[in-house]
Design a protein around this ligand. Structure first.
Ligand SMILES: Nc1ncnc2c1ncn2[C@@H]1O[C@H](COP(=O)(O)OP(=O)(O)OP(=O)(O)O)[C@@H](O)[C@H]1O
Ligand SMILES: [Mg+2]
Length: 277
């Protein structure tokens, strides 16, 4: 048995001895080659546990620089856990996480944030008593920035989210769900991410607001080049703005491909895209 702690996607491995679907790995390699892009994140064979319960099993996938990658799957599949392992909030019991070829596995969350990987957590989590602008400013304190840089970031965020500009002096508790989600994303952007991890930004929002938020995410990626790893249950909508998608099923990555291929795959349509709007 190979040493799973040191397995990387592109190393020569006898896959028959390892519990990872070889076709998934070869597809991940192909994606890397086709794009000739660097991988911003390379997740290789991650295991993670809550006590004795294993939440992730040999999770492997890549996030090319400048792309939007969707991580899809049902409730409890392990999507949030995957993001939390990347941000250092959950320990990786095995496997490796690389950020532009640098091994960042199990570094502290503070170190990972300072490198430019910023997670926008599930459920929005804004500071309800603080104003929109105060919430945004808090996001800028995760890294060293001058006041001039801070106000430049603030202007940039207000350009992407004009609704936040209108409400800059309003306390966050009185914002609508959609506006709170925009604020949570805006706060993440204030930390100048190279990779933004978004955990179910569409959760609990009306379809029209979901559409608006997804359009902003797409625009953000296009205009700023920020790499985005997007966790979603809303598979169709997520894939439509993504370059690549991976599906998690009970802690394992079972499918990975270009987003357009996944959107047109009959089996995937039946299993994951049913009822997609
Ligand atoms: N703090 C925890 N303690 C124990 N088990 C946990 C904890 N957090 C998650 N789990 C378990 O780990 C598994 C993966 O959970 P995770 O939150 O990563 O799923 P998810 O794909 O994000 O689901 P959802 O779509 O509902 O947010 C689930 O079985 C869940 O019950
Ligand atoms: Mg989750």
């Amino acid at each position: 048995m190979a040493d799973l702690n040191n397995v990387a996607i592109d190393e020569k491995i006898d896959w028959s001895k390892i519990e990872v679907k070889p076709e998934l790995i070869s597809r991940a390699k192909k994606l890397e080659g086709v794009n000739e892009q660097k991988l911003a994140l390379k997740i290789s064979n991650i295991d993670a546990f809550y006590g004795k319960i294993q939440a992730l099993r040999r999770v492997s996938f890549g996030v090319p620089e400048g792309s939007i990658v969707s991580l899809l799957g049902a409730n409890g599949a392990g999507k949030t856990t995957t993001l939390r392992v990347i941000s250092g909030l959950v320990h990786a019991a095995a496997g490796k996480i690389e950020f532009f070829d640098e091994d960042i596995t199990n570094l502290s969350p503070e170190k990972i944030t300072r490198k430019g990987i910023i997670q926008v957590p599930e459920g929005r989590q804004v500071f309800p008593e603080l104003t929109v602008e105060e919430n945004l400013k808090i996001g800028s304190y995760s890294i060293k920035q001058s006041n001039a840089e801070r106000s430049k970031s603030l202007d940039m965020i207000y350009t992407f989210f004009p609704k936040l500009k209108q409400r800059r002096a309003q306390v966050a508790a009185t914002l609508s769900g959609g506006e709170q989600q925009m604020l949570a994303i805006g706060r993440g952007l204030m930390g100048k991410p190279r990779v933004l991890l978004l955990d179910e930004p569409s959760l609990g929002l009306a379809p029209i607001i979901v559409k608006e938020i997804f359009e902003i995410i797409k625009m953000l990626n296009r205009e700023t080049g920020t790499t985005i790893l997007l966790v979603e249950q809303n598979a169709t909508k997520a894939l439509k703005i993504s370059h690549f998608g991976f599906v998690l099923e009970t802690g394992r990555v079972t499918i990975g491909d270009k987003a357009e291929v996944l959107l047109n795959n009959e089996d995937i349509k039946k299993a994951y895209l049913g009822g997609g709007h």
